[in-house]
Design a binder for this molecule. Structure first.
Ligand SMILES: *Cc1c(COP(=O)(O)O)cnc(C)c1O
Length: 379
């Protein structure tokens, strides 16, 4: 029997008929972009939903990252994590900034604040940290270092939609936080992103930067970019927002099911069991340790042979790619924890439509390797 392949994620799509009225409004008004009514409504709705004061919508998360660094006039060297999606470090290169990689904490998989100070030089201007898998960074420790050395803090919060820590939104920390609304993320507008700003003045500056630097009909105040979100994408966001709480509730159930199934599987470690009501369950990373009968790549291949397509996020490390690997900080002996984790991690499928039967199918393959070393695929 041929079973449907299962991918690591399946973008959430609301019922099509619910989107038609939005399209009709766009066609009636004839406003397609440049801060139209849906764009303005989505900014307000997101502030309300996320518990933040100011947000600037963008065409995608990467343009938002590049613009965030521009808006703070970051130059020189920036301390960052190698354990992320490449766009994190690429945003530095696009600004002519040199990334300085610092190792990660083995529990959170976020940048290890205990290692930041040793990487600071007279050229250091900022810390670009990532709330990896939506798990909050040690925001207090990072802010303390930033205050001591007069550094800016930018959070790549692409995974952290709706995440809260210490009773408020994680997006309120640092100088700026950047979201991605790409199709694969917990909340999507097909393509999209945003910068969370601390005050109205910063938002105004960022709004200028995302619109070529225009501050008025005939005034250009900066070499800005075109980062504006269209009315189509903003309308999608307004509709997705109506469904996102239910989507996250289902993700939470899947997360709990995986943990229960995998609890006693030797060599498999499930990360981030915070038990707090603050996560968004964006990813389900496991570490395939030396106590497991086969290596991570063998398990990955075996799952693919069975029609399950997990992903090795984040392997290879950013620091392994050709445009980074020559940097002194990119050397493996500077990044032992990140290197080890990148060799063991596997993100299992998690998305609202994933059924309990499918979860059992996925878990069975992982368990089968443990209990049956005579299985024909055993290697
Ligand atoms: C998805 C992602 C981005 C890029 O966002 P886009 O909207 O796809 O440009 C940046 N950083 C991280 C950590 C991501 O996961």
């Amino acid at each position: 029997m041929n079973k449907k392949p299962i991918f690591v994620t399946k973008p959430y799509l609301p019922p099509l008929e619910e989107f038609i009225p939005y399209l009709e409004q766009i066609w009636e008004s004839g406003t397609l972009t440049n801060g139209g009514p849906f764009h303005q409504q989505l900014e307000s709705a997101l502030c309300h939903h996320l518990g933040i004061e100011h947000i600037a919508l963008f065409t995608n998360g990467t343009t938002a990252l590049v613009t965030a660094l521009q808006s703070l006039r970051i130059t020189g060297e920036v301390i960052t994590t190698p354990y992320s999606f490449v766009a994190t470090s690429h945003s530095l290169l696009w600004n002519g900034i040199r990334p300085v990689f610092v190792d990660i904490d083995p529990d959170s998989l976020n940048i290890d604040p205990r290692r930041i100070e040793a990487a600071i030089t007279p050229q250091t201007t900022a810390i670009l940290a990532v709330h990896c898998y939506g798990h909050p960074c040690d925001v207090e420790a990072i802010q303390k270092i930033a205050d001591t050395y007069n550094l800016k803090v930018i959070y790549d919060a692409a995974h952290a939609f709706g995440v809260r820590c210490h009773g408020s939104s994680v997006l309120g920390h640092g100088d700026l936080s950047v979201l991605s609304f790409h199709a694969t993320k917990v909340f999507n507008t097909f393509e999209g992103g945003a910068i969370v700003c601390p005050d109205a003045k910063t938002k105004t500056r960022i709004d200028h930067l995302k619109n070529f630097g225009f501050a008025g009909e005939t005034t250009v105040v900066a070499p800005g970019i075109n980062g504006k979100m269209s009315e189509f994408n903003a309308a999608l966001g307004l509709l997705q927002l109506k469904h996102v709480d239910r989507a996250i509730a289902r993700r939470r159930k899947i997360d709990a099911a995986y943990r229960a199934h995998l609890r006693n599987v030797a060599g498999i470690h499930c990360l981030h069991d915070t038990g707090e009501d603050v996560a968004n369950y964006a990813y389900f990373p496991i570490l395939v340790g030396p106590g497991y009968p086969i290596g991570r790549d063998a398990l990955y291949q075996r799952m693919k042979d069975c029609g399950i397509h997990p992903r090795r996020y984040f392997y290879p490390l950013i620091s392994e790619f050709p445009m980074y690997r020559g940097l002194p900080s990119a050397q493996r002996d500077n990044l032992p924890v990140a290197t080890e984790v990148a060799g063991q991690v596997l993100c299992l499928p998690i998305y609202p439509d994933l059924t309990d039967t499918e979860i059992e199918r996925i878990v069975a393959i992982i368990k089968e390797t443990v209990v049956d070393p005579t299985h024909p695929n055993f290697s």
